[in-house]
Ligand binder design. Structure first.
Ligand SMILES: [Zn+2]
Length: 111
């Protein structure tokens, strides 16, 4: 939960579609995830169909929002959110794979 700002006020920050400028109705905005760190919302524009994913984070300086357009459905966003967090070992492994010359073959082996 965000301590000092009610969720309804934050949702009002998402006003209109960045693609076609259609104003969002609050019912079009889903809250996908909420924690003490902030929350994640997903809105689909009824006019152009663009999906906007917005993450609000509660920091000591105030609330910060990041928004991106996505072609993922809300369920797919949650699937990715549930995946395991990358570890340092994962990053080192990727670094090693990228630095090899046979990168394409490595990718083929993984998939
Ligand atoms: Zn739109």
């Amino acid at each position: 939960m965000l301590n000092n700002i009610p969720s309804s006020l934050n949702l009002r920050l998402i006003r209109s579609c960045p693609v076609c400028n259609q104003e969002y109705r609050q019912s079009m905005i889903q809250v996908l995830d909420e924690s003490e760190m902030g929350f994640l919302t997903y809105a689909t524009c009824s006019t152009c169909g663009a999906n906007l994913l917005t993450k609000f984070s509660s920091l000591p300086q105030g609330v910060i929002g990041n928004a991106i357009l996505t072609d993922l459905r809300a369920e797919e966003v949650l699937e990715f959110a549930d995946r395991e967090v990358l570890t340092e070992d994962d990053v080192l492994y990727i670094q090693q794979v990228i630095s090899k010359k046979d990168l394409l073959n490595s990718i083929k082996k993984i998939s």
